[in-house]
Design a protein around this ligand. Structure first.
Ligand SMILES: [Zn+2]
Length: 284
């Protein structure tokens, strides 16, 4: 069990995890440079080796709710999986509320196409001056998951089907995931479990594209590790955490790939949030 506390932070703080169960070197900045593992989930570590894993669904919730500055206190090394989606994190942030800060928000604007390929897997990002879109295609031999494709514009589309989509695994892979020490207590309560030709969860799927929608959610959470918000159109085929982190590294390797800008003219807030009027300060 882990206890997570979200604490409002000053402008230009970014997203910082604080491990309250260790005495020294407690802070880990949520940045692609600090990713120490991207197998199965995203893990960040500081230079003293203090780490937090499975940060991606919380990072996606932070992205979607428009939070730029936050201290995430946690008394364990793994963010709770909750129901396998970002729903609970989004709900708690909406309940606590967020507050507008004075400094202009920084964006990473992509200036030219950057791409990565690895066998049949690929990811690319192209310029988009006004938002972030993610186009994802997955392809599984399993007939239930099969081939799914979806494209989401994070500032134009409703995101509920994205943030409520759960992580998934094949029944035969559960043992391997447990051996890696992740998804402790992994069960039908926190993942979609697929056996050959059926979904084992009694209530079935939450939406018809739940598998690919969860991959879009993961990608969004990992993009938040740019340290700012990225403006671009991402297309990914069969990728995952490793590929997204690889793309971020490649973008920042070459200064002509991007420019850091302030934006004030466009109201970059996701549609879901516009509906729930929020103006409290964030403590959850
Ligand atoms: Zn995930």
């Amino acid at each position: 069990m882990a206890k997570v506390t979200l604490i409002p932070a000053e402008e230009n703080t970014g997203i910082i995890f604080k491990r309250t169960d260790v005495k020294k070197n407690q802070f880990i900045k949520a940045e692609y440079k600090n990713v120490s593992s991207a197998q199965l989930c995203t893990t960040i570590s500081n230079s003293s080796g203090v780490s937090v894993s499975t940060i991606e669904h919380l990072m996606a919730a932070i992205y979607i709710t428009g939070i730029d500055n936050l201290i995430v206190e946690i008394d364990n090394n793994e963010v709770p999986i909750m129901d396998g989606s970002s729903s609970d994190f989004i709900e708690i942030i909406k309940t606590a509320g967020t507050e507008e800060q004075l400094k202009k928000r920084k964006f990473v604007k992509i200036c030219k196409e950057v791409n990565l390929k690895d066998g049949t897997k690929s990811i690319e990002i192209k310029p988009n001056n006004f938002g972030l879109s993610i186009d994802f295609e997955l392809s599984y031999e399993n007939q239930i998951i099969g081939n799914q494709k979806n494209k989401v514009d994070f500032y134009k589309d409703q995101l509920k089907d994205i943030y409520s989509s759960r992580t998934f695994c094949l029944y035969k892979d559960i043992e391997q995931i447990k051996k890696a020490g992740l998804a402790k207590g992994g069960s039908l309560d926190n993942a979609i479990v697929v056996d050959n030709d059926k979904v084992l969860n009694p209530s079935g799927l939450r939406n018809k594209n739940e598998f690919v929608n969860h991959k879009i959610l993961d990608l969004c959470g990992d993009m938040m590790l740019s340290g700012s918000r990225v403006l671009g159109n991402v297309s990914c085929k069969e990728g995952g955490h490793k590929m997204t982190i690889g793309l971020l590294k490649k973008i920042f390797e070459e200064s002509s790939n991007f420019v850091l800008i302030d934006l004030e003219n466009i109201e970059l807030i996701t549609k879901d949030l516009k509906k729930s009027k929020i103006n409290l300060s964030a403590t959850a």
